[in-house]
Design a protein. Sequence first.
Length: 455
Amino acid sequence: MSLRKKILVYFSLTVILLTGLTLFFIYTLFAEYREEEFQQRQLEKITTTLHFLSEIRRMDSDILASLEEVSIQKIYDEKLLIFNEERELIYESLDDTSIEQPEQILANLSSDSPWIETKDGLYDLVGVYFEFDENKYFGISKAYDAFGYSKLVFLRKVLWGAFFGIGLVVIVVSVYLSERISNPITQLAERMKLVRIQDKERAISVGESSYEIDILVNRYNELMDRLHEAFAFQKHAIHHISHELKTPIAVLVTNFEKIEGESNLAEIKKLVSSQKEGTKSLGEMVNVLLEISKAESGSSMADEPIRMDELIFDLADEFRNLYPDFHFSIRYGEVMDDEKLLTILGNSRLMRAAISNLMTNCIAFSENRQAEVVLTGNADRLNIHFTNKGKTLDEKDQKFLFQHFFRGSNSYGTKGFGLGLVLVQKIAALHRGEIIYVAKEPESNRFTLVFPVNL
């Protein structure tokens, strides 16, 4: 059963059932009140009749009958019997209504049981024992409450009309509410079917909706954004691998061809050594990309304490062997006297790749063959500044600096595919950090990595 039908059925049945029970309770309460009130009137009639009888005992029967018709007889279709202490009939009303077996009622009346009430069809039948002027009497009254039953019939018609009227209103309101509640969900489901991951406009919205539907829409849009980012990164990672691995593989193939045609043993050893380093570099690049892909897909990343200054010194030594004419100047800020301020939690392989990429950028874009690395910070965060002299990026290029495959106007003549800084930014984000670019001076570029410190 659909949500709309459930709301319609459950709400309608619940309200209609409660309304029916309420109206039935009102009718039952009124019926009991009518019976109780009419029986009290019967009791009053018995006592009033006995009072008149005691006052006008010697009045002849014609006068008594006339008085009864004019003054006493006010209840429609009634039979009244009054007995003395010996249970002898001393008064009987003129009505044609009969009371069957009054002896049984008299037998059950006594000082211990002075009141009996029962029903004879639609007639109310009461029996009463009472004392008057030091004498004991028994009264039996049987009467039909025409006025009370007419009001009860009228009330029954009113309540049935109210029940059907309320039921109709409830059904109409239920249909309206079910439409209002289910329509946003239906719209959401229809729009979900039309969404594709590759669409630029993936966010969906629903017109008038409740707070819960808005939360559901927002969570769905957030999920779609994350899925899009994951697919986009997968796509870019494939592009990155295809571009970055093309050159190393081409070099490896070329070296194999050279080794194949080389007869000089020393030259063969040199080419094999170069081949070995190239293979290691290729494997490291693949591992870095796999680590990023794993982290981006939601898998937990293995964190370990990393001394950032030691990592930078190690990479500086490696680059010194590769580029002996290039110099890295590494220094600390004034307050960096605690090694805990230089330690962060993260993936050492990814962090090594990020630092290596920024140092490679310094080598590629420095005009004076030197760069400066400065570590500053406080108890909350660690800042690592990479500064080199060279042509800076204008403000227009800075907006696209961390986008895939972007290469600035200062990159002409240098190798690369515009993906290095994107990966650095990804790695920084995975470590709850960020990367910032600042053109300090007309000929000075500075990249800053910012990471939270784990004390």
